[in-house]
Design a protein around this ligand. Structure first.
Ligand code: AMP
Length: 398
């Protein structure tokens, strides 16, 4: 059964087509970029065939989706004969607010709720809705499923999600911590327990999703009990270009000094900050490490700040959980960056962590990176959010 997984952004569409029969197989993946700009890009990577790229103006999401569907069925670059072979579509939805604690089949009522969350996720949900409505037009008979970044964190206790501001802002405007990257945190925790033969309901796990966006989650008995991102994904760790936790007073002071509008403040904290803002060099950890090699002190500082923040959250979440059995590293940095993992894991002996430097020499694998006598285990686990979306979609439409 072929399932199309879509992640629609305001000017981009990421997609994967997976055959979910027995063992899931990736058939094709790709990316439409620069929708609405004078010149757009389309990259299509069919498995076992050459990559195909097109440069042309892509006026809107309908044009972008049309390109994708044509590529999937193209005689030279395609992987299926006809669109009838797509049995369901799974959408990654950034924000489900308090409405969704699970993935759901998309109905008019579900769309209304996703729409209602546009106010608190103006950068993401409107684009997701566009993607859903485009697919409804292009593939009207095909069921669609919504998988939310926030739903795994709906188990957070009130004390973890209420902010220290007047309660009316929660009751009237739903200002609270929601958390994101839920599909990834859930997936890697469950995968690690499967590998270890552990019963997740009896374990305390800290998952570190460290990519360009980064967040940490405390998972008790398989349920998210705290997470570092907040009302928006800008909170928590210092990230590639997001600032992470910052004194709200400092931000207001900057806004006052520079006369920033709210939109400009959003741009500053989301696009111009993080390790990019600190280093002035790059948001990419490989480039930062190359800059450090060339003696760039601010790049060194940026990496130090990042590792320090992750370590601090691990400590906080070990306290939340009253101990920890397993710490997982995932995401581009968590899976691949040996030196950042080392910087984070040095000095965790108080938690019963015995970091194994040799075992840590690993990239893109599911592996234990703590010594055999380590009371708390460390693991690298590769995440696969598209697979989670496809699996949830399959289970809901089957
Ligand atoms: P993501 O957003 O999960 O794709 O992660 C992107 C981040 O992962 C970037 O900062 C990359 O530099 C980093 N990354 C990806 N692959 C590697 C690698 N092989 N070694 C070091 N860092 C990597």
């Amino acid at each position: 059964m072929n399932i199309l997984v879509l992640n629609c952004g305001s000017s981009s569409i990421k997609y994967q087509l997976l055959d979910m029969a027995q063992t899931p197989v990736l058939l094709a993946k790709g990316l439409v970029e620069k929708i609405g700009l004078p010149m757009g890009n389309f990259t299509h990577k069919p498995e076992g065939k050459e990559k195909w790229t097109i440069e042309q103006p892509i006026a809107d999401h309908t044009v972008g989706m049309d390109l994708i569907l044509k590529a999937l069925t193209d005689t030279n670059h395609g992987v299926i004969q006809s669109l009838d072979e797509i049995k369901a579509v799974g959408h990654r939805i950034a924000h489900g607010g308090e409405y969704f604690s699970h993935s759901v089949v998309i109905t008019p009522e579900v769309k209304e709720k996703i729409q209602a969350c546009c106010e608190i996720a103006p950068l993401h949900n409107p684009a997701h809705l566009k993607g859903i409505e485009t697919m409804e037009r292009l593939l009207p008979e095909v069921p669609q499923v919504a998988v939310f970044d926030t739903s795994f964190h709906q188990t957070l206790p009130e004390k973890a999600y209420i902010y220290g501001i007047p309660y009316e802002y929660y009751s009237e405007y739903k200002i609270r911590k929601y958390g994101f990257h839920g599909t990834s945190h859930k997936f890697v925790a469950e995968k690690a327990c499967q590998i270890l033969g552990w019963n997740i309901t009896k374990k305390k796990i800290i998952t570190c999703h460290l990519g360009n966006g980064a967040s940490i989650t405390a998972i008790n008995g398989g349920k998210s009990v705290d997470t570092s991102m907040g009302f928006t994904p800008v909170a928590g760790l210092v990230m590639g270009t997001r600032c992470g936790d910052i004194d709200s007073g400092a931000l207001l002071y900057i806004c006052d000094k520079k006369g920033l509008t709210p939109a400009e403040a959003v741009k500053l904290t989301n696009k111009e900050s993080g390790v990019f803002g600190i280093s002035g060099a790059s948001s990419d950890f490989r480039e930062l490490e190359a800059a450090v090699e060339n003696g760039n002190k601010r790049a060194e500082l940026a990496l130090d700040v990042f590792a320090y923040n992750v370590k601090k959250y691990i400590g906080a979440y070990a306290a939340v959980l009253n101990g920890v059995d397993l710490i997982i590293f995932t995401g581009g940095i968590g899976e691949n960056n040996i030196s950042v993992r080392k910087a984070i894991c040095n000095g965790l002996s108080y938690l019963g962590v015995n970091f194994d430097e040799k075992a840590n020499q690993v990239r893109g694998e599911d592996k234990i990176i703590s010594a055999p006598d380590s009371r708390t285990l460390l693991m690298t686990i590769t995440t696969d959010e598209e697979l989670v979306i496809a699996t949830d979609t399959l289970n809901l439409v089957k």
